[in-house]
Design a protein around this ligand. Structure first.
Ligand code: NAG
Ligand code: NAG
Length: 280
């Protein structure tokens, strides 16, 4: 027998046992149901959904289950209450480019991201988990995503991402971050769920845009690093694809936030000599 020093135990078991995020977002029900009514009344008034039924499906999936034990299939009732289809050629996927993606989608008004779908709109930025012994949500603490296989928040996003990708059609756009290692990461939601759910018979082109920070580092590109692996996967599954490293619109968006960057001077000069505005 050997003995394990107590500091070793603390070091290894303390974090996973006790490291927890904040609990369920306060006023969760009001936020979720309110966003639902906002969506069907103001954002997308042509859609007919029963917001109360969606909430009941959500609540049924989450409460009375331990906070680490909500499976994708537990949300079935909720997703049945919110079927949605999207127009082709407007799907925008992204990984590790969240801030830029928001400005891009705001300017290129025709793009749809997961956050524009009803489910994405309702649950964006919220946290929730239930508790086994009690009926209701745990407002004190929720586990981190990495702490469990069946995390209630992860399971919902997993199914939402899968549905979104399965219905993708026409040309789709993928925004990847060229300033990090593994711009295409098999463990990300895009790499683990969305990519495998895309249907090559419905998708015409996968248009990849690799975008690095203006000041660098410049780590990955269409011909370097994990993006090459992504292209190989697309090729082997029969997708047509394009890949761009220096998308002008994306660069200008970054320059608006940081006009003094030296690379923005070149950008401004070249714009003066262009006949057409790049946002079209
Ligand atoms: C790339 O990822 C880094 C680290 O997460 C982040 O700081 C940066 O804003 C991202 N760049 C772009 C262009 O999204
Ligand atoms: C789809 O993408 C391809 C390749 O980028 C392009 O040639 C074509 O015009 C695009 N079609 C639409 C409908 O945007």
């Amino acid at each position: 027998m050997f003995s394990i020093p107590i500091w070793f135990l603390l070091l290894h078991f303390w974090p996973s046992e006790f490291k927890a995020e904040a609990g369920t977002t306060p006023n969760l029900k009001h936020i979720v149901v309110g966003r639902c009514y906002n969506y069907i009344t103001l954002v997308n008034p042509t859609m007919r959904y029963d917001c109360e039924e969606i909430w009941r499906g959500f609540e049924e999936a989450v409460v009375r289950r331990s906070s680490c034990n909500v499976k994708v299939k537990d949300y079935r009732r909720m997703f049945r209450a919110m079927p949605q289809t999207w127009p082709c050629n407007r799907f925008l996927f992204w990984s590790k480019t969240r801030t830029l993606m928001h400005s891009y989608a705001a300017v290129m008004r025709h793009f749809w991201t997961l956050e524009d779908t009803l489910v994405g709109y309702m649950f964006n930025d919220l946290v929730w988990c239930g508790q086994e012994e009690d009926i209701g949500f745990d407002f004190n603490s929720c586990p981190e995503w990495s702490a469990c296989v069946n995390h209630p928040v992860y399971s919902l996003w997993r199914q939402a991402s899968q549905n979104f990708a399965e219905s993708a059609c026409g040309n789709i756009t993928v925004l990847l971050n060229g300033s990090i290692d593994k711009a295409f990461n098999r463990k990300s939601m895009f790499g683990s769920v969305e990519l495998d759910s895309l249907n090559p018979r419905m998708v015409d082109y996968v248009n990849i845009k690799v975008v690095a920070n203006l000041e660098g580092p410049f780590i990955e590109s269409c011909s370097e690093g994990s993006v090459v692996d992504l292209i190989e996967i697309l090729r082997s599954r029969g997708f047509r694809w394009t890949c761009t490293d220096n998308d002008l619109a994306l660069m200008i968006l970054q320059c608006i936030q940081n006009p003094k960057q030296s690379s923005c001077q070149t950008c401004a000069n070249s714009l003066l000599h262009r006949e057409t505005f790049p946002f079209n």
